[in-house]
Ligand binder design. Structure first.
Ligand code: SAM
Length: 315
């Protein structure tokens, strides 16, 4: 679907479940904030909505996230179901705690790429920032993905005074393992809504830290990519500059919550339910109207912060 600003909205990000097995301090106030919604969609319902969005709203690429997608009971049938409807680009964003033993089955089902959230390479700091979870499990998850041929990126949310001293160390880990590290500027969402300024590390600061040790050269990225890409000797890294250089004008994403609501924009918590369309024999017109409305909530200039919790919208 092409919106009024000429953006081709063809990527769908699905929060399969709001449950998570970590409770990152910048995402939620406590682990109990992650609750499975009582009306969470079953796999076949979720697949029906994805099929509708593919057939009637131009969705071509899907990313599975959450909450923690690996906690969704029918993750493998979801991946194979999406592949069987002809969607070739299927990715997942995960904390990787449960990934090592599921990586092979996910590849066989059709998963193509994984974004692993990894905020620290120090076990104590990892636990402090995530409250729950173990560093070695995420690292084993990354190794399993590489072993089975998945394309892997590491996402690190950089926070002043918490992990900004690990920026270079994370880059060196990425280069050594052949995975692209992407540094995320912190977003003022959920518990950080209107409360993130002192914690923010800007793209400029990140580049400065890396440039003191390595030669850094900008390279091109896909037109609708959220990240700015750079070359360093031995590899590449990216920065997702949510605040310093907003990418709203090229945003091609639509979000679907675990209970079947569309969210068009991270800055706008307005959700539009489409689950009732599961009962329609011919949902095309109604779906297109609702997608259009959801997309109309998109900002065209900059992310403005939101009370939305990331696990609802999947990051
Ligand atoms: N549980 C999975 C994971 O940890 O990757 C998927 C869900 S998580 C909400 C998706 C992404 O959102 C993660 O990479 C996480 O770091 C990012 N995220 C959450 N809150 C954020 C914030 N306030 N600013 C920037 N990124 C955030």
């Amino acid at each position: 679907m092409i919106d009024l600003h000429g953006r081709n909205i063809n990527k769908l990000r699905i929060s399969l479940t709001e449950v998570c097995n970590m409770a990152c301090t910048y995402c939620v106030s406590s682990l109990s904030d992650h609750q499975r919604l009582p009306d969470e969609l079953k796999a076949e319902q979720m697949l029906s909505l994805v099929r509708m969005l593919k057939e009637h709203a131009g969705i071509e690429k899907v990313r599975l996230t959450g909450g923690e997608p690996l906690l969704y009971p029918n993750l493998i049938p979801i991946v194979s179901g999406i592949r069987e409807m002809g969607i070739k680009s299927i990715g997942m964003t995960t904390n990787g705690q449960l990934l090592a033993r599921k990586a092979k089955a996910l590849v066989d089902a059709g998963l193509k790429n994984v974004n692993l959230s990894l905020d620290s390479l120090d076990p104590v700091n990892f636990k402090r920032m995530g409250r729950v979870g173990k560093l070695h499990k995420t690292l084993e998850g990354i190794e399993a993905c590489l072993k089975y041929g998945l394309s892997v990126k590491v996402n690190m949310v950089v926070i002043k005074g918490e992990n900004d001293d690990e920026i270079v160390k994370m880059l060196e880990y990425g280069v050594a393992h052949g995975v692209e590290v992407r540094y995320l500027e912190l977003m003022g969402m959920g518990p950080l809504h209107n409360n993130d300024e002192d914690l923010l590390v800007s793209m400029e600061e990140m580049l400065e830290r890396i440039s003191t040790k390595y030669d850094v050269q900008p390279v091109s990225a896909e037109a609708d990519s959220t990240s700015q890409r750079y070359w360093v000797p031995g590899g590449y890294f990216g920065i997702i500059p949510n605040n310093s250089a907003p990418f709203c004008s090229t945003c091609s994403r639509l979000r679907l919550t675990s209970n079947g609501q569309l969210i068009g924009c991270l800055s706008n918590p307005e959700a539009i339910s489409v689950r009732h369309l599961l009962e329609h024999d011919d949902p095309a017109d109604a779906l297109q109207k609702l997608v259009k409305k959801s997309v109309s909530y998109k900002q065209d200039v900059a992310f403005t912060g939101s009370s939305l919790v990331m696990s609802r919208v999947g990051g």
